[in-house]
Write a protein that binds this ligand. Structure first.
Ligand SMILES: Nc1nc2c(ncn2[C@@H]2O[C@H](COP(=O)(O)OP(=O)(O)OP(=O)(O)O)[C@@H](O)[C@H]2O)c(=O)[nH]1
Ligand SMILES: [Mg+2]
Length: 291
């Protein structure tokens, strides 16, 4: 059970990055018996269920970087477009329910497969319509990349039943946005034309950003998270939020994903990455303690 965590990505790069199995001592797969009156059997994570997660987004928005940061705790500055589908298999525990994630990183697609025929006709599309959950990634510095996921979302809704399919929208490269704003703010004391132009640009960017968040949260009714794959800001939260939704849905559907109804969402959430770090989340709080 404790060896469930795996990360199978690019074969060539897996040679370079030596896979480190989880350290059992750092894997509190079971709650501390002294803090609960339940029997050990009741506390054991239930049988492993596979959750298929697909990341979609325009070229270069950081899909691979987000996955690699989450799974390998690594970041590559150099851009290398994904040309072949890669699949990663980290294991997570949420509310004492054990899930094996099957995270697919695919080459950019120009459209979402319309039906099962088009899905099977092109290997890049395989499994896209049957994902358990989707992460739609855009680049916070590039509004066009949001238009891409907007189209993708529309096509998804036409192609498959999206009820009970969690979708999370992620604005990546948060570090670049923050740099832009702070730079302009710090220079605001010396007003000149160039600065005014930059200030206008920043204001427009801020407005665009607000509009995007509004569309996602109010109209799409999807969670929106900003992250930086480069600095590992909020990357864990992306998967935490998604899996919270999967876990709740799984519980609501009689535990169809993992064989039994989910326990309360107020309980502790632990995400175990394949490199042996533990991520513990306390109930409704967004605080994340990495031990
Ligand atoms: N500054 C910054 N750069 C990032 C971030 N995430 C990714 N990048 C860079 O953006 C470029 C593209 O990242 P990828 O992860 O390859 O993007 P992708 O979406 O997988 O691209 P495709 O495979 O072509 O679809 C790379 O040069 C990364 O180093 C981030 O959070 N901040
Ligand atoms: Mg990629």
């Amino acid at each position: 059970m404790r060896k469930k965590s795996r990360g199978r990505g690019d074969k060539s790069s897996s040679k370079r990055r030596q896979y480190r199995p989880p350290v059992p001592d750092l894997l509190p797969l079971y709650p501390d018996p002294s803090t609960t009156s339940a029997t050990p059997q009741e506390n054991e994570p239930d049988c492993l269920q596979v959750v298929k997660i697909v990341l979609l987004g325009a070229a270069g928005v950081g899909k691979s970087s987000i996955i690699e940061q989450f799974v390998w705790n690594e970041f590559r500055e150099q851009y290398s477009a994904t040309e072949r589908k890669k699949t990663y298999y980290p294991t997570v525990i949420i509310n004492n329910n054990l899930y094996e994630l099957k995270i697919s990183d695919i080459p950019v697609i120009s459209y979402f497969p319309h039906n099962s025929f088009s899905e099977w006709a092109d290997y890049r599309f395989y499994g896209l319509r049957s994902a358990t959950a989707y992460v739609l990634v855009y680049d916070l510095t590039n509004t066009e990349s949001f238009h891409y996921i907007r189209t993708m979302r529309e096509q998804m809704a036409e192609s498959r039943d999206m009820r009970n399919v969690p979708v999370l929208v992620v604005g990546n490269k948060q570090d670049l946005v923050q740099d832009g704003v702070s730079h302009v703010n710090s220079a605001a004391s010396t007003v000149n034309l160039m600065e005014q132009g930059m200030q206008k640009m920043v204001t427009e960017n801020a407005r665009e950003k607000r509009d995007i968040v509004n569309i996602v949260r109010k109209h799409w009714k999807c969670p929106h998270i900003e992250c930086s794959a480069k600095y590992n800001w909020n990357v864990v939260s992306v998967f935490k939020e998604l899996m919270k939704a999967v876990d709740v849905l799984s519980g609501a559907h009689g535990g169809s994903l993992h064989g039994r109804p989910s326990s309360s969402s107020k309980e502790t959430t632990t995400l175990c990455s394949p490199i042996g770090r533990d991520f513990r989340f306390g109930g409704s709080s967004d605080k994340c303690v990495v031990s």
